[in-house]
Design a protein. Structure first.
Length: 327
C-alpha cells in the first residue's frame, strides 16, 4: 500500500510502498477513502509535540470501508463505512476511565500518534475506535467531523451556553466552522475573530453576526469563547470581552504561553478551561448531531501524495476550512 510516512520530525513525509497490515484479534482492517488533515498532525510533523514512535503514519480523521475484522470483533462487517477519530484506545482501568473521563486516560493511545494513522491506503483500527457514519455526506465531508467536529463539539458543550448566550470563536478553521453551525442551530449568536480573509468570508456565509480581528471590539460581551488558534495571547484576549460568569475554552493540544492575566479579567467567576481529546460518547453525539442538522462541511480535497503541500498550506493558514487527503 502507498503511505506518506513521517521518518524524521521537521522533514517532509516520504512516500513509501508498505505491506497491507494484518488485523489482530481486536482490530479492523479499513481501506481508507478519505483522511482529514488536523493541526495536531502539523504539531507532530514539526516537532511541537514529541514523537512517540518513528517512522509513523499521521492522520486521525479516517473514513473508509471495512475490509476484514479480527476474530474478537463483532457488530462490524466487511463493506461497512466507518470512521476513526484521534482517541484510538483507552485502558478502562485508570482513575479517569473509571470516572467516565476516558479522554484523560493515563494509558490512552492515539490514532496517527501512538499507532499508524490514515495518510495511507489502508489502516488498522481498534474495535473500540470504529464508528458507523451518517449516510448523507460525501466521504470527504465526513473526515473533518471526526476531529474538527468532535473536539469542537466537546468544547461547545464545555462552554455551557444557556438560551440567548453569545458564543465567540477565536481562529476559524476546520473545527470552528462546524461549531458555528452547532451554535446557530441551537439559536445562539456567534462572533468570529480571525485574521484570514478566507475565514472571514466563510464565517459571514455561515451566519456569524460579527466578524473581526482579535484587536477589534465586538458589539457586545459574550458568555463563552472557544479559542482554536494555538495562541496563549488569544486566550487572554478572549477574557477581555467575556461576560461575568463566562468561560474561555482553549481547544488546542498545543498553544504558546498565556501572557500575564490581571486578576480583574478572571474576577466575577470567569474561568479558563482546556479541552483534551474526547470521549467515545462525544464522537457518538457529534455524529448524531451531524445526521440531525446536516452540517455544511467546507473541504479542500488533495491526493494523498500531496500531504506535504497540505501541511505547508495549513501552516500558512491558506486552507479555507478542512483539508482532506484521498488515496
Ligand atoms: Zn484509562
Ligand atoms: Zn485532530
Amino acid at each position: 500500500m502507498k503511505a506518506m510516512v513521517l521518518e524524521k520530525q521537521g522533514s517532509p513525509l516520504v512516500l513509501r510502498n508498505l505491506p497491507i497490515p494484518e488485523p489482530k484479534d481486536e482490530e479492523v482492517l479499513v481501506e481508507v477513502q478519505a483522511c482529514g488533515v488536523c493541526h495536531t498532525d502539523l504539531h507532530i510533523f514539526e516537532g511541537e509535540l514529541p514523537a512517540r514512535r518513528l517512522p509513523l503514519i499521521l492522520g486521525h480523521q479516517i473514513v473508509g470501508k471495512v475490509v476484514t475484522v479480527g476474530k474478537n470483533v463483532s457488530g462490524i462487517a466487511s463493506g461497512d463505512l466507518v470512521g476513526t477519530p484521534w482517541l484510538f484506545s483507552v485502558c478502562g482501568e485508570c482513575v479517569f476511565c473509571r470516572r467516565g473521563r476516558e479522554n484523560l486516560c493515563e494509558n490512552a493511545r492515539f490514532t496517527g500518534y501512538d499507532v499508524d494513522g490514515g495518510y495511507a491506503e489502508y489502516f488498522l483500527a481498534h474495535r473500540d475506535s470504529v464508528y458507523p457514519l451518517p449516510q448523507d455526506y460525501k466521504v470527504t465531508e465526513l473526515a473533518p467531523l471526526l476531529c474538527g467536529g468532535v473536539i469542537g463539539y466537546r468544547a461547545y458543550r464545555a462552554a455551557g451556553l444557556e438560551k440567548g448566550d453569545v458564543l465567540a470563536l477565536f481562529g476559524f478553521g476546520s473545527s470552528a466552522h462546524l461549531v458555528l453551525q452547532m451554535a446557530r442551530y441551537e439559536g445562539h449568536e456567534v462572533f468570529v475573530f480571525t485574521r484570514s480573509p478566507h475565514h472571514k468570508l466563510l464565517a459571514w456565509e455561515l451566519g456569524a453576526s460579527f466578524v473581526g480581528d482579535a484587536e477589534d471590539t465586538p458589539p457586545a460581551t459574550f458568555q463563552a469563547a472557544l479559542v482554536f488558534a494555538p495562541s496563549g495571547y488569544l486566550i487572554r484576549k478572549a477574557l477581555e470581552h467575556l461576560a461575568p460568569g463566562g468561560k474561555v475554552v482553549a481547544c488546542g493540544i498545543y498553544a504558546t504561553p498565556i501572557p500575564e492575566i490581571p486578576y480583574e479579567l478572571i474576577y466575577k467567576e470567569r474561568s479558563v478551561q482546556s479541552i483534551a481529546n474526547s470521549t467515545r460518547n462525544d464522537v457518538r453525539e457529534l455524529l448524531a448531531m451531524a445526521k440531525q442538522y446536516h452540517f455544511t462541511v467546507s473541504t479542500e480535497v488533495y491526493p494523498l501524495e500531496e500531504a506535504n503541500v497540505v501541511l505547508e498550506r495549513l501552516k500558512k493558514r491558506e486552507i479555507r476550512a478542512s483539508a482532506v487527503l484521498v488515496p
